[in-house]
Ligand binder design. Structure first.
Ligand SMILES: NC(=O)c1ccc[n+]([C@@H]2O[C@H](COP(=O)([O-])OP(=O)(O)OC[C@H]3O[C@@H](n4cnc5c(N)ncnc54)[C@H](OP(=O)(O)O)[C@@H]3O)[C@@H](O)[C@H]2O)c1
Length: 303
């Protein structure tokens, strides 16, 4: 079966923009589903952009009509009170996507999860709800939808909100108080994530599988901040916050516009974001070095 016409739910964001562009360049027809089409006019160069409320099952099914495959990229990092945004975006919406695929005969679904997404007690609501959504995609999709899911560590690349956020925070005068400074990450390049999605799409061996995705290097959070400082020319002291101060920082910063750090982010950072079995190997992708790309990625962030 050829999967030629692809619908991307949540395809208007950082990963979605890169993936849409890559798919278009490889001959696929893309339809990006977004809640607010007017914000994404640049995407019209690579895709049909359709406004849809993904929480309305009939509307979503109509938007998937005529597509051969769907890719669900919806994710929220910060929830409203009581975590309801996490559950609705990661679990309820995933259920809607699978149900809509069933209704209109879309037989292939790629699902974006996150590394260490699981339902274990004590983990963050972000990770728990991502894990629950991932499981729903696989179980509800059976037997007639071939589902593959991806669980990346933090993703870097042009337009990311990871390196660019630290570049922005380094502009604030004075030393940087850093929570969870020793948590380890294996950042994965957005181009490698996009390549893994594209290679998995037609590949029957990936049906029903879940892949952790990591880059080739591992850094502590502090090492990443120091690398960003080096390449933006903003050298400054880093204060290692003790655990009690990290929790307090999260309590305070959750009320700052843009929510730079929340108690749920703090909980996510209690687990190292590194892979024991890197799924990129399954796709013959060797993994791009973040260190090597940093000068190029941060050349504009320094100004
Ligand atoms: N970036 C990373 O480092 C990273 C790491 C691991 C996993 N992931 C996962 O990868 C996926 C894509 O990440 P990204 O960085 O591209 O995210 P992003 O830039 O924030 O894009 C996510 C998209 O989801 C849609 N969305 C956001 N909140 C929503 C809500 N409450 N209800 C419905 N739709 C909503 C938005 O589309 P519209 O506003 O246009 O509707 C947005 O364009 C997410 O599932 C994320 O959890 C990302």
């Amino acid at each position: 079966m050829k999967y030629q016409r692809i619908a991307l739910i949540g395809g208007s964001g950082f990963v979605g923009g890169h993936l849409t562009h890559h798919l278009r360049n490889n001959g696929y027809q893309c339809r990006v589903l977004t809640r607010r089409a007017f914000r994404h006019s640049a995407l019209r160069l690579s895709a049909e952009v359709r406004e849809v409320d993904p929480y309305m099952p009939l509307e979503l099914a109509a938007a998937l009509e005529g597509c051969d495959a769907a890719i669900n990229l919806v994710g929220v990092l910060h929830a409203g009170p009581k975590g309801q945004d996490f559950r609705s975006a990661h679990v309820r919406l995933t259920e809607n996507v699978v149900e809509a695929c069933h209704q209109v005969g879309v037989r292939r679904l790629l699902h974006m999860s996150a590394l260490h997404a699981d339902q274990a007690m004590g983990s963050s609501e972000y990770l728990r709800s991502k894990g629950e959504g991932e499981n729903r995609a696989h179980t509800l999709g059976k037997p007639d939808i071939a589902v593959t899911s991806f669980r990346p560590s933090v993703i870097f690349g042009p337009g990311d909100s990871f390196l660019n956020r630290f570049a922005a925070l380094l502009k604030i005068p004075g030393p940087m108080p850093l929570a969870c400074w020793d948590t380890r990450f294996s950042p994965v390049y957005v181009g490698d994530v996009v390549a893994a999605f594209t290679r998995a799409l037609p590949d029957r061996k990936t049906f029903g599988r879940r892949y952790d995705l990591c880059g080739p290097e591992t850094f502590t959070l502090e090492e990443i901040v120091r690398l960003v400082a080096l390449h933006t020319g903003r050298h400054k002291g880093v204060i290692h916050l003790p655990d009690w101060a990290a929790r307090l920082q999260a309590q305070v910063l959750q009320y700052v516009p843009g929510k730079p750090f929340t108690p749920d982010n703090y909980l996510s950072l209690q687990t190292d974001s590194v892979c024991s079995d890197n799924g990129l190997d399954n796709f013959g992708i060797s993994g791009t070095s973040m260190k090597a790309l940093l000068p190029e990625l941060l050349s504009k962030a320094g100004s």
